[in-house]
Design a protein around this ligand. Structure first.
Ligand code: BG6
Length: 319
């Protein structure tokens, strides 16, 4: 006989393997059941390694990078905030070091969220949150940039994908201006065979040619010398930011997407400049990296008291 109020059967779900997250000695590692992994140093909240499930390293990290907190980490994804490049002397950031203080500050780990808690059913992923606020800076830095701010940096590791999101909050009672950039050193097999698509018709400031502005003509930008350019690519219909495509030997290797980050710095120091960098090894390592740095750096973003801003980017590995 059919029961009138028969209880619904409890679905039996296969026990899902969970991401493994470990924090020891101020270094955080996360690994997905698929084998994708990421390593983040709390110093600078710098991602130093991102491997896809085939074990392939996707980021370049100098073998001579200082990993002891004595200077910014050379390679991976150093964070640039609140100023990109040498700070203009007449600006509120004028007393800060090149690229600001985010990359050489000690961040705190705020916690993880897994794909289940993020409501993603199809793809396994883990989101790692890191925080930095004005009270965590040493007194000298607080005096050099005396604003009450809070940053939450989220790194989300997915299958074949790494997302970086920055949340900036003005917790004080006066506005401040900032720039932010994800200084990503992508690992490439040979810079001579590497190209970037998606920059055609984009204006760019060329730091190698006296910071003059040019318009990109190449549909596929290749490299044959020192390159240090800040592109501001035109947006597509609906104001959407166009993805960039990195190719190696003609094959797609990375897709780079952006959210609220209008600029992209493209940097390779090439032979002589890299040779002169004490923390860059091996010396021919310039052949093995390309910095694609999504950011908002061609102008200042003004944040009113109590307001917040958010922007981010994602790197998808295609190889
Ligand atoms: C790039 C800049 O983003 O960073 C370059 O456009 C600079 O001009 C490079 O040389 C590396 O900077 P740093 O401070 O890490 O040596």
């Amino acid at each position: 006989m059919e029961r009138k109020h028969k209880p619904a059967s409890i679905p039996v779900s296969p026990s899902m393997a969970q991401p493994v997250v470990d924090l020891s000695d101020n270094v955080l590692t996360a690994r997905l059941p698929s084998g994708d992994s990421v390593t983040v140093y709390l110093y600078g909240a710098t991602v130093t390694s991102w491997k896809t499930s085939n074990g392939q390293e996707q980021l370049f990290l100098s073998k001579a990078a200082a990993l002891d907190g004595s200077k910014p980490i050379r390679g991976g994804i150093p964070l640039v905030f609140p100023v990109f490049g040498p700070p203009p002397k007449s600006h509120a950031t004028g007393q800060l070091p090149q690229h600001g203080f985010a990359r050489n500050s000690h961040w705190e780990f705020l916690g993880k969220s897994t794909s289940e808690s993020l409501g993603r059913k199809t793809d396994d992923s883990v989101k790692l949150d890191f925080g930095l606020s004005s009270s965590m800076l040493d007194e000298a830095l607080q005096n050099k940039w005396p604003y009450d701010f809070g940053l939450v940096y989220s790194v989300t590791l997915g299958r074949g994908k790494l997302e970086c999101q920055m949340h900036v909050q003005n917790k004080g009672d006066e506005p401040f201006e900032f720039q932010v950039l994800f200084h990503t050193y992508l690992a490439v097999k040979d810079i001579h065979k590497t190209a970037v698509k998606g920059l055609q018709s984009s204006p760019y400031v060329d730091k190698v040619r006296s910071a003059q502005t040019f318009t990109e003509e190449a549909s596929s930008l290749s490299f044959s010398g020192e390159t240090d350019r800040v592109y501001t690519p035109p947006t597509a219909e609906g104001n959407t930011l166009v993805p960039l495509l990195v190719t190696e030997d003609g094959a797609e290797s990375f897709v780079v997407t952006r959210d609220a980050l209008p600029d992209v710095t493209v940097w390779n120091g090439w032979e002589d400049k890299i040779k002169a960098m004490g923390d860059f090894e091996p010396k021919d390592g310039w052949k093995s990296y390309l910095c694609i740095e999504p950011g908002t750096v061609s102008s200042w973003t003004k944040l009113e008291a109590g307001d917040a801003w958010e922007g981010g980017c994602a790197f998808e590995s295609k190889l």
